[in-house]
Write a protein that binds this ligand. Structure first.
Ligand code: SF4
Ligand code: FES
Length: 224
């Protein structure tokens, strides 16, 4: 295993394997009353994603939550992030991704997170509502989807993060009431329905649910 101890937390380096992550995480989450999901293939898939993120960023950030670029903020979504979200996870009986489930759960098959291909609509946690203030918009990676979630006067709306002009990131755009302006060349989209003035260039939207202080984006297998 290639890793070093730093600030009391293990940092992993090149050559880290899924088995390394499992060996490190199991006793850690056990102390918190959690265990790995019983769906082993799903666990492997999530941990493989974490290894890809490790290679890209240098740390094992959560594969189902968006990083902000702020190191202090992003430290809360290094896996396992359970200590930061005890209340939310206790209610869900699992972590956001479903990588970990409460120890007493015998079958974690119903508690998979965003990494699986859902059969129907699935509510995917995006962020805590208090973290995105009115007038702000944020990019969220949900599996392979890039979604932008905006707060308009306390109401949350989700639309594709990808501008139809030249793929600019709408989650980094500028909000003006219910309109987001692409940061690259200024195309404007209504975050409520994804419409734009440009012909045949509307973007898709997603339903949003706010529950227990967390914002969830509703995605479905067939709807993509
Ligand atoms: S939500 Fe689950 S997989 Fe994601 S960082 Fe937290 S513990 Fe890890
Ligand atoms: S990429 Fe969005 S306006 Fe050009």
């Amino acid at each position: 295993m290639s890793d070093v101890q730093s600030r009391g937390r293990r940092l992993f380096g090149p050559g880290t394997t899924v088995a390394d992550l499992k060996a490190y995480m199991a006793p850690f989450v056990d102390r918190l009353g959690y265990k790995f999901n019983t769906e082993e293939a799903f666990v492997e898939e999530v941990l493989e994603s974490e290894l890809e993120i490790l290679e890209e960023t240098g740390d094992i950030y959560c594969p189902c939550r968006a990083r902000t670029g702020d190191a202090k903020e992003d430290a809360k979504i290094v896996c396992p992030c359970i200590p930061f979200f005890r209340d939310q996870f206790a209610g869900l009986k699992k972590c956001w991704c479903g990588l970990f489930i409460l120890e007493e759960i015998e079958d974690g098959g119903e508690l998979l997170g965003v990494m699986e291909e859902p059969q129907g609509d699935v509510e995917v946690p995006a962020f805590l509502a208090r973290d995105v203030a009115p007038g702000q918009i944020r990019h969220v990676k949900i599996g392979k989807r890039d979604v932008a979630v905006a707060n308009v006067d306390g109401d949350f709306f989700a639309l594709s993060n990808v501008c139809r002009h030249a793929f600019g990131p709408l989650g980094e755009g500028f909000m003006d009431e219910h309109v987001v302006m692409c940061p690259w060349h200024g195309w404007r989209y209504d975050v409520r329905d994804g419409t734009t003035d440009h012909p045949n260039a509307d973007v898709r939207t997603y339903d949003v649910v706010v529950r227990d202080g967390a914002v969830f984006v509703v995605v479905g297998a067939r709807a993509g």
